[in-house]
Design a protein around this ligand. Structure first.
Ligand code: DC
Length: 211
């Protein structure tokens, strides 16, 4: 079984993906980490990477790269958003994601993949597609809390601005823009606790797998 979770930054996809994978004994791939790793590798090679450096980095990713430190910094997030707009980078990362879905590691019977284009491009035949979203304000608040828990400075207005800029860049890029698949179920988490989000997602999974 393939579960595709898509949606904007900090909508709660990551937490939900981990919980679904654990509850259903499926493998989990956070595809955003592949774009972040591409950005981090390119940034390590040069301070202001351009298209060529991002493309080169995406083609030479090593298995350990998506477990690097510092992948959640603002600098990496901004560079990842630029890298994600390049068709060559997306093509280089597509095969890895589709392979993961087709042959999940650990002999699992399926996988949960979370990202921006899983239901539309990576796994258009996924049995379950959920588009997880929340207002920009709620997502910025959650992101601030996350940063503070990690001991980093977080100024709400700045984080909100950053969230909106990334949304714009992810939604308006010509290749694989962030949008719900036509057969995705929308799940707005703005007013929900993580437990409520999980319960609603499980109900969607049950109804989709029954049908
Ligand atoms: O989900 P995230 O914040 O870790 O994603 C980092 C960047 O990668 C973000 O700008 C969106 C992009 N991305 C993408 O274009 N397609 C995906 N499947 C996953 C992430």
């Amino acid at each position: 079984m393939i579960i595709a979770l898509d949606g904007p930054a900090a909508a709660g996809k990551g937490t939900l993906a981990k919980r679904l994978a654990a509850a259903l004994d499926l493998a989990h791939l956070d595809s955003g980490l592949l774009y972040r790793a591409t950005a981090a590798v390119a940034l390590e090679r040069t301070v202001a990477p351009g298209d060529a450096e991002f493309i080169d980095a995406s083609g030479s990713l090593q298995p350990g790269d998506s477990a690097r430190n510092g992948l959640h910094s603002n600098a990496v997030a901004t560079a990842a958003s630029k890298a994600a707009a390049l068709p060559e980078v997306r093509a280089a990362l597509l095969a890895f994601q589709q392979n993961f879905a087709r042959t999940p590691p650990g002999g699992k019977a399926g996988a949960v993949l979370d990202g921006r284009d899983i239901g539309t491009v990576v796994c258009p035949d996924a049995a379950v597609k959920i588009f997880v979203t929340a207002s920009a304000e709620v997502r910025a608040k959650r992101r601030c809390l996350e940063l503070q828990e990690r001991g980093e400075d977080a100024i709400y207005q700045r984080v909100l601005q950053h969230v909106r800029e990334r949304d714009r860049s992810d939604e308006t890029r010509p290749v694989a823009p962030l949008k719900p698949a036509s057969d995705a179920v929308l799940l707005d988490t703005s007013a929900l606790t993580p437990d409520e989000v999980f319960e609603k997602a499980m109900a969607i999974v049950r109804s989709r797998s029954a049908g």
